[in-house]
Write a new protein. Structure first.
Length: 227
């Protein structure tokens, strides 16, 4: 998703990371594409230094692959990859959610309600089949909502690992979404997840988030098999 911080206050490397990540996630930069610096400089307007740093950072996130003597490439996609991503998410995300529910305060609850409202409002627009619905905008709201659920977790390392996996999984979601433009397929059970989390029902919340992750992966894998 594309962050909206002012370019005047965000370092060039961070700007380059956000731009490149956004284009990789939404499929503008296709899996396997060689990321040649001269073309990136012309397209994004950054110099080589922030672009190199951005590509190196994105390689840590698993979105870019560095090959000796060949340069940078958008990471390939595969069923084995999304299965591994999902396996790790099913370990980390429930643990972060458990701690978040245990330690979350009033501000945490308020943020969940706010993010949930914005996502639900947007999904209602999708259901009404407006002339144009941006999958990227939905993805941004979806990211914010899931982040809000974990806002009570105090482990920075756990959250960082979980966010990296979330980005990797989101790329697969966009691959499916780009091939399935029917807007009625974008909704999910976020409202139920929100209510269960706010009720501090740990067992129920973990079951829902696990089912949520698994069902999305199942849809993606089916698409990859068919294509």
């Amino acid at each position: 998703m594309l962050e909206t911080s002012s370019s005047k206050t965000v370092p060039l490397t961070e700007q380059a990371i956000m731009r490149l990540r956004y284009d990789i996630l939404n499929g503008s930069l296709l899996p396997g594409l060689q990321l040649k610096l001269d073309k990136l400089i012309n397209h994004y307007g950054f110099s080589s230094s922030p672009l190199r740093e951005a590509l190196s950072r994105l390689s840590v996130e698993g979105l870019v692959k560095i090959e000796d003597r060949r340069g940078f490439f958008v990471s390939e996609v595969s069923i084995a990859d999304i299965e591994e991503i999902t396996k790790l998410r099913l370990i980390l995300e429930p643990e972060a959610l458990r701690e978040s529910i245990t330690k979350g305060d009033d501000e945490w609850e308020t943020n969940i309600i706010s993010c949930g409202y914005r996502l639900e409002k947007y999904e209602n627009r999708i259901s009404s089949q407006n002339p144009f619905i941006s999958d990227s905008e939905w993805a941004s709201l979806h990211f914010d909502f899931h982040n809000s659920l974990l806002g009570g977790c105090t482990s920075a390392r756990l959250l960082k690992l979980r966010t990296t996996l979330f980005y990797q999984a989101e790329r697969y979601w966009h691959i499916w979404a780009n091939a399935n433009p029917d807007p009625t397929n974008r909704g999910s059970n976020h409202k139920r997840i929100q209510e269960t989390v706010l009720d501090r029902n740990i067992d129920g919340s973990l079951k829902l988030i696990i089912r949520h992750i698994e069902s999305t992966t199942k849809i993606v894998i089916q698409h990859l098999l068919e294509s």
